[in-house]
Design a protein around this ligand. Structure first.
Ligand SMILES: Cc1ncc(COP(=O)(O)O)c(C=O)c1O
Length: 444
């Protein structure tokens, strides 16, 4: 169903009608009769794959993607394929821009950008005016950590497990400000990691100089998911909790306000399956006071003030943080469709499907001799990323999985390397079975 059709009919379409008519719940309906996915879920007692299939239908959302069906793609956490609704929206905007760049931009920009903010606001459970638009997680982290008000005596606490983008932007910031950046380990051994150990590791490392804690919701190094709310509850009020949320957004069934952080930064081109080159920053009211714009926004309240020869006085901080300049607008505007698509699927069902497949994969891997699963099995400590040690060189293993079995995985881009899979709503239980068969073949 095309983006524009959905848009026009939006309020008239009940979610259930939309899902049934677009064929998204065929598997669950066949399994559970007229009871739909909830009943399907109850019937699915034969393991995690069945649980995943009950949530979004046996085919998952596979039919919505244009992925090469010959291979099993388990790397949506790297760079997302666009689902149909997003592809169609991009094409629509592209056609219009190619036909009349100025005309379409001038006529529709304000309305289309507002639609993105509203779709994001509704999906995130946040106020639209608290959301800034960016091109990636990295850009968002750079904007936030690059502008946090810091002085020579101040400290930012981060962890050994964060991504290059967090570590590097903090290093650059500390060079400029003289603020210190300290890294702590959150656990001694991931095999026995617990919520308490993570929370205590951070709480015990706070000093009177600590201004902010910079962490990652779901580690792309191991698949560990942090208990963000418990961390927030353990930190002193004045310490800002800033989260790189890219591997949780589009997986977890939680609104950004419930999550517990003060600043949430994410790309939208991974698990959310948004247009490539899109991202967001959300911050609570208090946190917005701590960050500042460095790239001029093209928001009319900023640009208009400049034309009048004055400084802007009515520019909300999120609008000020949204970098100006012209963008790949067809992608930016189609982000509204990614948020709407996820909202229509339902956060709970997406989480159920993704966790179901990830748990099935972890369980299957754990049964293969010579394989060590690194990612915790517990769902409160994991999301969709599944990391494992297959015993040999992970690059060679990933190469063999692809060359010999057409299963696409990746190697974690960190000092310690693991084989990494990311089953998602673009995958099915059969994909997990194929991945397991491939690992059995190369590990044996
Ligand atoms: C934890 C984490 N943060 C940030 C990034 C960078 O994301 P983006 O491409 O949206 O900048 C990645 C991976 O690419 C990542 O794994």
């Amino acid at each position: 169903m095309g983006a524009l059709v959905v848009k026009e009919l939006g309020p008239l379409l009940r979610r259930r009608d939309f899902l049934v008519r677009s064929g998204l719940v065929v598997g669950a309906s066949a399994l559970a009769g007229t009871g739909g996915w909830v009943a399907g879920k109850e019937l699915a007692e034969d393991g995690e794959t069945a649980r995943a299939e009950a949530s979004l239908g046996a085919g998952g959302m596979q039919g919505e993607f244009a992925l090469d069906r010959g291979v099993v793609q388990l790397t949506s956490f790297l760079l997302a394929p666009h689902p149909r609704q997003v592809r169609e929206a991009i094409e629509q905007h592209r056609r219009e821009l190619d036909a009349n760049p100025k005309g379409y931009l001038f006529a529709r920009e304000l309305e289309l950008e507002q639609a993105v903010l509203e779709a994001a606001s509704s999906y995130l459970g946040a106020r639209a005016e608290d959301i800034a638009l960016t091109d990636s997680t990295t850009m968002g982290l750079g904007l936030v950590y690059g502008t946090l008000a810091l002085g020579p005596g101040d400290e930012i606490l981060t962890t050994e497990h964060d991504h290059y983008a967090t570590h590097e932007t903090l290093r650059l910031r500390s060079e400029r400000t003289g603020a210190t950046v300290r890294r702590v380990a959150l656990y001694r051994d991931i095999a026995s990691v617990s919520v308490d150990e993570i929370v205590e590791s951070l709480r015990g490392s706070i000093t009177p100089r600590t201004r902010a804690v910079a962490v990652t919701w779901v580690h792309s190094s191991t698949g560990l998911k942090l208990p963000v709310r418990a961390i927030r509850d353990a930190l002193p009020d004045h310490v800002l909790l800033c989260v790189d949320g890219v591997h949780g957004l589009g997986v977890e069934d939680v609104e950004v306000g419930e999550l517990g952080c003060d600043v949430f930064v994410s790309g939208c081109h991974k698990w959310l399956f948004g247009p490539r080159g899109t991202g967001i920053v959300w911050a609570s009211g208090r946190a917005w006071e701590e960050v500042a714009a460095v790239i001029p926004t093209f928001d009319g309240r900023g640009y208009g003030a400049w034309i009048q020869g004055r400084e802007p006085d009515d520019l909300p901080p999120a609008a000020a943080l949204t970098p100006g300049g012209f963008h790949s607008f067809e992608h930016r505007w189609a982000l509204a469709d990614a948020f709407r698509w996820h909202a229509d699927l339902g956060r709970e069902r997406v989480a159920e499907h993704t966790h179901g497949l990830a748990t099935a994969l972890k369980d299957g891997l754990a049964d293969i001799p010579g394989v060590t699963v690194i990612t915790p099995r517990a769902e409160r400590l994991s999301a969709g990323i599944v990391c494992c040690d297959l015993g040999g060189d992970p690059h060679e293993s990933v190469g063999r999985l692809e060359a010999e079995h057409e299963v696409i995985a990746s190697v974690t881009p960190y000092a310690t390397e693991y084989v990494r899979f990311g089953p998602s709503i673009a995958n099915t239980g059969e994909d997990v079975e194929r991945a397991l068969a491939a690992v059995r073949a190369i590990a044996g």
